[in-house]
Every structure is written in structure tokens, then in C-alpha cells.
Design a protein around this ligand. Sequence first.
Ligand code: ATP
Ligand code: MG
Length: 240
Amino acid sequence: MNPGESDGNRKMSDLSRKDQPSPTEPTRLHTDAPGVGTRPRVGIMGGTFDPIHNGHLVAASEVAWVYDLDEVIFVPTGRPVFKLDKAVTNAEDRYLMTVIATASNPKFTVSRVDIDRPGITYTVDTLRDIQRLRPDSDLFFITGADAVAEIMRWKDADTMWDLAHFVAVTRPGYSPSLPALNLPDQKVDMLEIPALAISSTDIRRRSAKGMPVWYLVPDGVVQYINKHGLYSRGGESDTD
Ligand code: ATP
Ligand code: MG
């Protein structure tokens, strides 16, 4: 079976995985009850992906398995609202690296909605656009533990809860307590995933120093970075 392929188990209508015994021991949500939960379940993995790395891919793969998702759409951001003061590699390079990294997984797709929308990227716009593209699906927004701490400050945070269920994956070095964040009840789950202490910042730093990034990002992404000299000179950026 290829990565991400379904074993034929079927869905449940409940969006949440609150019935799980412990977030540290993920077990799969599914039911064989006929006629239950036939709406497609679609994950959305938003990120700057500068570059995409194996931490992103493990997060998406784990959430897809635990929540029995039919598809995970990777959405590279346009101008990320939280990185306006930082140089970011141009959108086409980030998009192409995301396509290369996800190509082998039959459940993974990539959307251009954020990079084709002019202006700053807000998550609520991403959700609305994907909802338009997948009107009959239940949406699951996948986010890292560092980003979930910011959620309440995102534009139109109140309306986002109606558009998607949020899954916050653990990330080494970040341990927000969900109750302390005062997030709406039953709208955000915390999911422990295999810890990969990888960040795009670290990949860029290593590349700039000539250090290896093999096995931290997919092989094709290493080759793309080298071919285009992306991070060797501090990166080709939208803001330089
Ligand atoms: P940067 O260092 O440039 O901020 P990043 O590694 O944080 O890059 P982003 O593109 O900012 O990557 O992240 C996209 C999403 O993936 C965010 O929700 C982030 O929290 C999550 N994420 C990134 N790296 C990991 C990881 N190693 N494990 C789990 N989640 C991650
Ligand atoms: Mg980040």
C-alpha cells in the first residue's frame, strides 16, 4: 500500500476525536456503520513552506491517518501575515517545492489559492476559498502547536470555527496548554505526533552555511534548493 492510501475503513460523522483515550496514543477514527459520515474529509495544511520539510509531511500524514482524511491540501501562503517583517522566498519556488515534496502521496494535493490571492494571507480567506472548492466536504485545518497560540489573533477568528475543525499538532519546543488559550470548546484538538525537531528556519540556516539538509527535507527538495541556489545567498525573496 502506498503512503496515505486507505485501507477501506469508513468514516464517522463526528468531526472531533474527543472520544480518544489519550492524545499520546493516537488511534484511528473510523466506523463501519453503513451510511454514516459519507462526506469527504479534507485536511488543509497551510504554511510558508520556505522550504517544506519532513516535519510538515509527518504532521499531515499523521492527522490524515488519525482523522481518516480522504485528502490533505497543502496551501503555501502568499504574504504570511506573521512574517511581514521577514524576507520570504518567492511564491513560485515555495509552491514548486511543495508539489515536489507531496507528489508521491496519493492523498496529498497542493493549492494555489493563497499565492494567487493578492495581498496578505489570512487563514479565514484560505478556509473560505477551499470551502468553495470542496463545498460538500468537512474541513480539518492542521496547524502546529506554535501557530495555535496565535489563532485567537487571526483575522475573523470567530467565524473560522464554523468553517473547519482545527487540529493542533505537537512540535518540539512548543507546549501550549489549550485550556489556557481560551479557545472555543470542542473546536481544537491537540494531537501528539512523532517529534521531528525540524524547522524551515533551520533548513535555511544550514543551507546558507553549506551544511547538509538531506533527510530533513525530501530528496527532490534538496535538489531544487541546490539547483536554484535558494538559500545560499540569503534566499531569493519577495521582500528584498
Ligand atoms: P519557519 O521556521 O520559517 O517559521 P516552519 O518550520 O515553522 O518555518 P511553517 O511553514 O511556518 O514552517 O509551518 C507551517 C505549519 O507547520 C505551522 O502550523 C507549523 O506550526 C507547522 N510545523 C512546522 N514544522 C513542524 C514540525 N517540525 N512539527 C510539527 N509541526 C510543524
Ligand atoms: Mg513557522
